[in-house]
Design a protein around this ligand. Structure first.
Ligand SMILES: C[N+](C)(C)CCCC[C@H](N)C(=O)O
Ligand SMILES: O=C(O)CCC(=O)C(=O)O
Length: 383
């Protein structure tokens, strides 16, 4: 273990079993991470500094290692002293390694033969959350086939994510239940999509329970869009990049044209959302609910960028529609499906006869808060 002052930073060289490692810690970063009482409110785990004076405070007078070489002690010019336990401060500061799949099992038709299932009678939040995080889908069986029982089950698991569709919905193609102006309330085929792309706060988890199946058709097709994005990246990195950067808006309109009006519209966001390390964090894909693409300019290069976007979007859409990448199931009364709406696309085949569904959206943040204690370190940080 070795420390060296370098202008406005501290160079730390330490042994990491496999050899020596070097990290350069800017002094301003160290002062910002001081967890002494002056800067950190322990009972709430919140920082105290508003940062108005942070750089002025970040001038060191003396930097020393404690006797056993485990902590760095910095005396700052304003008289404050910070003590940093080396293992802890390195853990906080090191750029998180890009983990390949963050504990996620990306799947296609070959690798996931069926949706993971749990019986309500043996249900634990641990098994529920680990399947949902790993695969983006899970079915709970042996549920009483009523809207009330489904609602009670969901409320016991995760708080509902409310939208203008209501907290809990019952919908069919009969016109008996309240209907919105969306193809979900008809019997035509709807291709793979994520829901609520027209909300800035995308619903986190989609729940469906088919209370009355159609006479024929009405199957559910599920697609792991993270896997599809991975395929796109491999086949065509440039198109992948385009979908990570070009931002588009989605909307939900009400009223028939020409009198239709916007009821909900999202800010422009990319189809593939990634974190700073390039990990995919969310896919927002709904070709049907896209708002007008306001992208036209007088420049030729602008026009070619627009064409590039359509080429990338078409390629991604084709991958998402490839039967080799999807799993088709028939939802049945008694079985409730939970779908990660940031990752798994759902679609419905056309159907004949009366069909009744119920379901709701669940809050993804609240799900994750409850699930984190059951998840591995890797997964906890990334989702
Ligand atoms: C789920 N529920 C039936 C209430 C509404 C369905 C909305 C589907 C819509 N096209 C979207 O992508 O959001
Ligand atoms: O009817 C279904 O099975 C699903 C409809 C749908 O895609 C939706 O509600 O988002």
């Amino acid at each position: 273990m070795n420390i060296r002052s370098k202008n406005d930073a501290l160079e730390v060289i330490f042994d990491e079993n496999t050899g020596s490692s070097k990290l350069i810690m800017p002094l301003v970063w160290l002062r910002d991470h001081c967890t002494s009482e002056k800067h950190y409110h322990l009972p709430t785990n919140q920082r105290k500094s508003s940062c108005v004076d942070l750089l002025n405070q970040s001038i060191s007078e003396k930097i020393t290692l404690d006797q056993d070489g485990k902590s760095i002690i910095i005396d700052w010019v304003d008289g404050h002293q910070s003590i940093f336990e080396i293992g802890e401060i390195v853990g906080k500061g090191r750029i998180r390694k890009k983990t390949k799949e963050r504990g996620l099992e990306l799947w296609d038709k070959e690798t996931l033969k069926e949706v993971p299932r749990i019986s309500r009678t043996t249900l634990s939040f641990e098994s529920f959350s680990s399947s949902l995080v790993k695969y983006g889908i899970v079915i709970i069986d042996d549920v009483e086939p009523t809207a009330e029982a489904t609602e009670t089950l969901c409320q016991g698991l995760v708080p509902v994510h409310d939208t203008f569709f209501g907290q809990f919905w019952v919908f069919s193609n009969s016109g008996d239940e309240p209907a919105y102006e969306d193809t979900a309330y008809g019997n035509e085929e709807i291709g793979p999509h994520t829901d609520g792309t027209y909300f800035n706060q995308t619903p986190g988890i989609q729940v469906f329970h088919c209370l009355t199946p159609a006479t024929t058709g009405g199957d559910t097709v599920l697609v792991d869009s993270f896997r599809c994005a991975q395929i796109l990246k491999k086949e065509s990195p440039q198109d992948y990049e385009t979908l990570c950067t070009v931002k588009i808006a989605h909307h939900y309109l009400e009223g028939s044209p020409p009198g239709s009006s916007i009821h909900s519209i999202s800010l422009e966001k990319p189809v593939i959302q990634t974190d700073s390390l390039g990990n995919i964090t969310q896919i927002r894909f709904n070709p049907y609910d896209r708002a007008p693409f306001s992208c036209l300019s007088s420049s030729e290069s602008g026009a070619s960028d627009v064409i590039k976007f359509y080429e990338a979007y078409q390629k991604f859409s084709r991958i998402c529609h490839d039967p080799g990448n999807s799993l088709t199931i028939s939802l049945r009364p008694g079985s409730v499906i939970f779908i990660d709406n940031f990752r798994v696309l759902h679609s419905r085949t056309a159907f004949q006869g009366y069909r009744k569904m119920c379901g709701c959206y669940l809050s993804r943040d609240n799900f994750m808060a409850k699930a984190r204690p059951f998840l591995g370190e890797q997964v906890k940080q990334f989702l």
